[in-house]
Design a binder for this molecule. Structure first.
Ligand code: PGA
Length: 250
């Protein structure tokens, strides 16, 4: 019922030539029955978008500013993303929340701007290790889900909303959540979505897992009933490993 969505988050990696080469290889090898996307650094969106032309691979942005235009040094707007053919935009990635100290109200404004702009919203949620150890995982995830405007997301529909569950302790650490740990939180997220909207809506929202997903652990994670794809960091920087994960979602 849900088409899996596997997206590569390139973070602050690649240069123009390697970004284009990676996008070209991903476009050539992307499986037909899985939605595949890549989110390069802002400065390479245009070049990567050109490289993806004619393929089914979607172009994504790692972040966006909620403001429309004006004196916001260093920022890029939704309108600029639309201009470059961006399809999906991440909000609330743990590196934005924790490294760049982006508070929940700012994340919420960005998520609203992304939905209002007609993009697919990939809203990232996930607990830190100390929060997991203190049994606060579900509270943290619930609070981060509450950043999504219920009216706006309801109006845009479940196809425009993707949740990425990324336990902070699993991101870039090589230590992934077990299949069971992932499924437990994904099932909670789906039940939270059903409470917020309704069951039919919740059943159609894709919930990606992110955090040290690689070809070796992808099959187990992706075969969990509520895991509908992945948000891939390190393993997305090589076409072979990224495509192996995308194929594991088929
Ligand atoms: P990772 O990153 O796959 O390198 O752990 C995932 C992410 O941060 O989206």
């Amino acid at each position: 019922m849900r088409t899996s969505f596997v997206a590569g988050n390139w973070k602050m990696n690649t240069n123009k030539a390697s970004a284009v080469a990676l996008a070209t290889a991903v476009a050539a090898g992307a499986p037909a029955r899985v939605q595949v996307g890549v989110a390069p650094p802002f400065v390479y969106l245009d070049a990567v978008g050109q490289a993806l032309k004619g393929s089914t691979v979607r172009l994504g942005a790692q972040d966006v500013c909620a403001e429309k235009n004006g004196a916001y040094t260093g920022a890029c707007s939704c309108e600029m993303m639309a201009d470059l053919g961006v399809n999906f935009i991440l909000t609330g990635h743990s590196e934005r929340r924790h490294f760049f100290k982006e508070p929940g109200d700012v994340v919420a404004k960005k998520a609203a701007a992304v939905l209002a702009g007609g993009f697919t919203l990939v809203h990232c949620v996930g607990e830190k290790l100390e929060e997991r150890d203190a049994n606060k995982t579900l509270d943290v995830v619930q609070a981060q889900l509450n950043e999504i405007d219920p009216k706006l997301a309801g109006d845009k529909g479940p196809d425009k909303l993707v949740i990425a569950y990324e336990p902070v302790w699993a991101i870039g650490t090589g230590r992934n959540a077990t299949d069971q740990q992932a499924q437990e939180v994904h099932a909670f997220i789906r039940s939270a979505l059903a409470r917020r909207w309704n069951k039919d809506f919740a059943d159609r929202v894709r919930i990606q897992y992110g955090g040290s997903m690689k070809p070796e652990n992808a099959k187990g994670l992706l075969s969990q009933p509520d895991v509908d794809g992945g948000l891939i960091g390190g393993a997305a920087l090589k076409a072979d490993s990224f495509l192996a994960i995308a194929n594991a979602a088929d």
